[in-house]
Design a protein around this ligand. Structure first.
Ligand SMILES: CC(C)(COP(=O)(O)OP(=O)(O)OC[C@H]1O[C@@H](n2cnc3c(N)ncnc32)[C@H](O)[C@@H]1OP(=O)(O)O)[C@@H](O)C(=O)NCCC(=O)NCCS
Length: 228
């Protein structure tokens, strides 16, 4: 997806992102994956793929080379002592034969309602298509109406229930699946949604949430950072 002109960068999750991802995970989920789980996914599992979404305001203003963000972000990471507040969300999938199984999706609470969860979902469905998945599937808590609405928007339909699936409160998981991702109908839906999403993101105010740490200390490129 072409994010040109927007202050967001989607990139593959790397080991350096994992401490922040695990911190968000603990904040967002009642039965979180551990740092070790994520590290395994990123480093050892060749059938998985994870993306992170980062806030990079200088990309939108064209004031620095967006292709070398890691170097620019080192000072920011040090200041944040492990947690990088500019990492806004993450998503992942497992390729299981021809099925793209969405394994996780989360957006930092303060950044929700701006289309970023949708951006992550849309991007990972795109990656699943590129890796040959014929359909996408996932499990979602019965009570998670927000996520279900997002998944329905992207063509996921309820196909089954795993009774008492979640260990923390024995809540049911609803299984949701798309139709054939390569079908003309799905491709048309996907293209239409991507276009609408990009328009929404371009129209929206992309400033950090009021009162957030990011508003007080927005990330900026540090072109003189040592190459350590
Ligand atoms: C689910 C989640 C990723 C959505 O992220 P988000 O950035 O707030 O969502 P977006 O702004 O991109 O909204 C996309 C769609 O989600 C749905 N949605 C978002 N907020 C909603 C709300 N408050 N009520 C109902 N639907 C909502 C809508 O379908 C929306 O599309 P629309 O704007 O055209 O109506 C986010 O709420 C989250 O991280 N939740 C906690 C983790 C989680 O539940 N993950 C899913 C595990 S299966």
């Amino acid at each position: 997806m072409d994010l040109q002109g927007l202050p967001y960068l989607l990139e593959p999750m790397a080991a350096a992102h994992v401490p922040t991802v695990a911190a968000i995970e603990r904040r967002v989920f009642t039965h979180p994956w551990s740092l070790t789980n994520f590290m395994h996914e990123v480093e050892d599992n060749r059938f998985s793929e994870y993306l992170v979404l980062c806030y990079r305001p200088w990309i939108a203003s064209g004031s620095a080379d967006a292709t070398r963000p890691r170097r620019f972000l080192r000072p920011l990471r040090r200041r944040a002592a492990e947690e990088d507040r500019s990492l806004l969300g993450y998503v992942g999938f497992w390729l299981m034969v021809d099925e793209g199984h969405i394994s996780t999706l989360a957006v930092q609470p303060a950044w929700r309602g701006r289309g970023l969860g949708e951006l992550l979902l849309s991007a990972i469905i795109g990656r699943a298509m590129e890796r040959g998945a014929s359909h996408a599937t996932l499990e979602v808590r019965r009570t998670n109406a927000v996520a279900q609405a997002l998944y329905r928007k992207y063509g996921f339909q309820f196909v089954g229930v795993r009774k008492g699936y979640y260990l923390d409160n024995h809540e049911d998981a609803l299984i949701m699946t798309t139709d054939d991702l390569a079908s003309a109908e799905y491709q048309a839906l996907y293209a239409r949604l991507q276009e609408a999403l990009l328009e929404r993101l371009r129209r929206a105010d992309a400033a950090p949430p009021a009162g957030s740490e990011m508003e007080q200390h927005p990330p900026s490129p540090a072109p003189h950072a040592p190459e350590d």
